[in-house]
Design a protein around this ligand. Structure first.
Ligand code: ATR
Length: 277
């Protein structure tokens, strides 16, 4: 029987996940479909009940449900427990288990695209203190980063995360001097995303050999990445994180580890261009 999978979020109409999963479903001849399940916050319970009735094989979960969905699950994998959020659900014989593949997606993308993974982990500066920041911290600490500094518009949120994960926090208006010793700078805020305010950040104090990564992938090259590239820093775009978190979800649901290839990236970028048109 066709395996049902899909994405629960609000809004999800411009999601690239159907293009990614559809590509792999075809490549591997899996009998599965991937549906967009537009779910307003007050409809989450109904969607989850519906997916149980349909015996969905698995689900992705995105904004604004990554934390709210916890109460509709039967168990949590350690990946989700540590981050405190779920982006992937696996149905094990009717038991809905919450996972989080964002940390895997984050670190795999960085390692695949950065020349020297060990060097970049010396001093990491993270912009933001939201859900994406939590996944980034877990991934970076697992990879061996000892020295992580968070800076966020709302300092209290950065301090809260800093206490929880034993990292440093700094005020937002110090962000430009903070990067003086950075080996890796990551934007985990929504700033710079289409429809959001720009990220205002002068990079002149950033060392030339620091890597700059933006988890925002729409636009594909954000102003941060462009500015970094123009001054000679190595940059890593955010599309890879999306692709690798999907890779881990696909493997959980279908037992096949699909490949992230240049052809897949092209396919997804084409889809992005169509959405933008
Ligand atoms: P996510 O779960 O995707 O990380 P989030 O939890 O809403 O989303 O976090 C959004 C991040 O972008 C936060 O760090 C937020 O800063 P605040 O904690 O101060 O809200 C940051 N952000 C959003 N709009 C911003 C703005 N105009 N200026 C600075 N930071 C902003």
């Amino acid at each position: 029987m066709t395996k049902l999978t899909g994405l629960i979020g609000y809004p999800v109409s411009h999601s690239l996940s159907p293009a990614i999963h559809g590509y792999w479903v075809e490549e591997h001849g899996v009998d599965a479909e991937y549906k967009l399940l537009t779910t307003a916050p007050n409809r989450l319970r109904q969607t989850m009940l519906h997916m149980r009735r349909k015996n969905a094989r698995g689900l992705n979960v995105t904004v604004p449900h990554k934390q709210a969905v916890l109460e509709y699950l039967d168990g949590l994998h350690v990946s989700a427990r540590r981050i405190g959020a779920v982006n992937t659900i696996l149905n094990r014989d009717g038991h809905f288990e919450g996972h989080n593949t964002d940390a895997y997606g984050f670190i795999t993308n960085l390692k695949e695209n950065a020349k020297n993974a060990a060097a970049m982990l010396q001093h990491v500066v993270l912009l933001g203190a939201g859900g994406a920041t939590r996944a980034a911290i877990v991934a970076l600490q697992d990879a061996g980063a000892k020295n992580i500094t968070l800076t966020n518009r709302t300092l209290d949120k950065a301090i809260g995360l800093a206490n929880e994960f034993e990292v440093e926090a700094a005020p937002w208006d110090e962000r430009e001097s903070l990067i003086k010793t950075a080996t890796l700078l990551v934007n985990t805020t929504s700033l710079g995303m289409g429809g959001q305010p720009p990220l205002e950040m002068d990079l002149k104090q950033l060392p030339n050999d620091a890597i700059v990564h933006d988890i925002v992938y729409a636009p594909f090259e954000t102003e941060l990445l462009k500015a970094a590239r123009l001054r000679g820093n190595h940059v890593v775009d955010g599309l890879g994180m999306l692709l690798y978190q999907a890779q881990a979800a696909f493997e959980l649901w279908h037992g096949i580890r699909p490949k992230v290839t240049p052809e897949l990236r092209e396919h997804v970028l084409k889809q992005m261009a169509e959405h933008a048109a």
